[in-house]
Design a protein around this ligand. Structure first.
Ligand SMILES: CC(C)(COP(=O)(O)OP(=O)(O)OC[C@H]1O[C@@H](n2cnc3c(N)ncnc32)[C@H](O)[C@@H]1OP(=O)(O)O)[C@@H](O)C(=O)NCCC(=O)NCCS
Length: 434
């Protein structure tokens, strides 16, 4: 097939350029040849917030935002959520194929045997203030793991990488549960290797004095589905951070800490916590129209609505809504769900939201489910981070093994002063500028 090209005419020089198009992209570096003279640096692109820039080539997650499609390694998210466990999906993300029965058995065994935290990590976590935010604790503890496993810096050693991946996926629920118990002043519960990934997490969260914790199977499966839905989402803010920090050959624990820090923001993973705050602020179903009016007048945003990529609907939100019904059969109906449903109903009929293609996203219902399960809002973003670690690691590994990758280092458009004459301190006057 004929190679597609785009032609550019530079009206500064009247020169013509022909740039090859591959996968719907032109290489930004191809623009560098477009110069006004030998001393010119060459043309660059300006793209704050990466609105139209592909930062990598990836074979992990496919999203078609206009059609509401999300696939991991070619499998639709709906199929994976229905048929797989989270660890099966984590394997798929990291290794590219669904595991065979034997592979899954080994994988689950290996992860289960990497769930313990070193006692010094436990003591480290005990040092946090009683009201420390769980995300701050998670970010710091992930970074601290780098001090326990210094060999993780050998990022080009495939066996070493696999070992650190097992550790991180294994330890995430343990760290998350400890951040929760810490806030309540409860003793930390050690992992139980007889339990599944999510049952073990629930055991570490909620076990009190009973000899064996029995997780409710509906809630354990709901959590597993939520983990599948959150496992990866291509080049979002935290994944981009993981790749960017990892591109400096930083070890995976420090890189994950940076990614988790990005996730903590309210415009990213922090949105599920913000949704709950918003629903509480609304208070009751009858106050929804007034709240929507306020948003339309420019006072704040409807949290859990809108997405940079999904401009039709977020396929994860549909599955979560279904999961919410299962959870509420166990926990009883929650008044927040009624407010959320009313909010969704009103917003989806409103021109403001229709025109801007604003639909409920993954965070809209996940917070309500978590709350019904007994989680405090402060823990919601940590619940997002547990499974997202699989995506971060898959993307990190893909980046590390990509021969085209170099250290991430964007360019800038300098808009500051030209070279200025230095004025000694004594001659700068006495004015106070604020
Ligand atoms: C997700 C989000 C950051 C995407 O932002 P974005 O792609 O940069 O989109 P923009 O901010 O340019 O939004 C486009 C328009 O929709 C409006 N808009 C976007 N999200 C909105 C929301 N949740 N409520 C009300 N208006 C919203 C913007 O004000 C803007 O309106 P304008 O064109 O009149 O200025 C944004 O939708 C948002 O802040 N949502 C709430 C937080 C959230 O749920 N985040 C979780 C994402 S999974």
């Amino acid at each position: 097939m004929k190679q597609r090209t785009v032609k550019i005419v530079d009206d500064a020089t009247d020169l013509n350029y022909s740039l090859p198009v591959e996968n719907g992209t032109v290489r930004a570096m191809d623009l560098r040849q477009i110069k006004t003279g030998p001393d010119d640096f060459g043309l660059m692109t300006y793209d704050p917030a990466f609105m139209n820039t592909a930062s990598c080539r990836s074979a992990i997650t496919f999203i078609d935002g206009d059609r509401g499609i999300l696939q991991y390694r070619g499998y639709p998210i709906e199929v994976l959520a229905e048929h797989c466990s989270y660890l099966e999906v984590a394997y798929l993300l990291i290794f590219g194929e669904l595991p065979t029965q034997a592979e899954l058995k080994n994988w689950v065994y290996d992860i289960t045997h990497h769930t313990m935290l070193h006692e010094t990590t436990k003591s480290f976590m005990e040092g946090f203030r009683y009201n420390a935010h769980p995300m701050g604790m998670l970010v710091s503890t992930l970074a601290a793991l780098s001090t326990i496993y210094p060999e993780s810096k050998h990022v080009f050693d495939a066996a070493n990488r696999r070992h650190q991946i097992l550790r991180l996926i294994g330890k995430m629920p343990t760290i998350a549960a400890y951040t929760y118990r810490h806030g309540l002043g409860l003793p930390y519960v050690y992992p139980d290797n007889d339990l599944s990934y999510t049952e073990n997490f629930m055991n570490m969260l909620w076990k009190m004095v009973e000899p064996k914790y029995q997780a409710n199977p509906v809630l354990a499966r709901a959590l597993d589905i939520l983990f599948i839905l959150h496992a990866d989402h291509e080049q979002n803010c935290s994944t981009n951070t993981m790749r960017c920090v990892g591109s400096a050959q930083t070890d995976p624990f420090l890189s994950s800490a940076a990614a988790a820090a990005a996730l903590a923001g309210p415009l990213h993973g922090g949105a599920n916590e913000a949704v709950l705050v918003m629903l509480d602020e609304i208070g009751s179903k009858d106050k929804v129209p007034a709240y929507v009016k306020k948003i339309k007048e420019g006072h704040g945003k409807l949290m859990g609505f809108g997405h940079r990529v999904y401009k039709n609907y977020d396929p994860r939100a549909k599955i979560i809504k279904w999961t919410a019904e299962q959870v509420f059969e166990v926990t009883g109906r929650n008044v927040r769900l009624d407010i959320a449903l009313e909010l969704e109903r009103i917003a989806l009929q409103d021109e403001y939201f229709i025109q801007r293609k604003l639909y409920p996203n993954v965070d809209f219902y996940s917070g309500i489910i978590y709350q019904a399960m007994g989680f405090k809002p402060e823990l919601f973003t940590v619940l997002f981070a547990i499974p997202r670690v699989a995506g971060w690691l898959a993307q990190w590994q893909e980046m590390i093994t990509d021969p085209e990758q170099k250290i991430s280092r964007p360019r800038q458009v300098y808009i500051g002063e030209n070279t200025r004459d230095f004025v000694p301190l004594a001659e700068r006057g006495t004015a106070v500028r604020r």
